[in-house]
Design a binder for this molecule. Structure first.
Ligand code: SF4
Length: 62
């Protein structure tokens, strides 16, 4: 697994769950999630949990 994530914007429904789980990495902008990959390494456990919890599988590890 890499230590960067990206959002499949076509799949993301803007539910906000990833930001709730790991606000250090995921931030909602215009009802879509965005990733701050600068902070992934320090928050890898929560970021991975957010990826695994995304109801639309819109967070992918790259
Ligand atoms: S949890 Fe998934 S669907 Fe929900 S805002 Fe985050 S990326 Fe989008």
């Amino acid at each position: 697994m890499g230590t960067k994530f990206k959002i499949n914007l076509d799949a993301c429904t803007g539910c906000g769950a990833c930001e709730d789980t790991c606000p250090e990495v995921f931030k909602m902008v215009d009802e879509k999630s965005t990733v701050n990959n600068e902070t992934v390494a320090k928050n890898i456990a929560a970021a991975t949990e957010a990826m695994n919890s995304c109801p639309d599988n819109a967070i992918v590890s790259v």
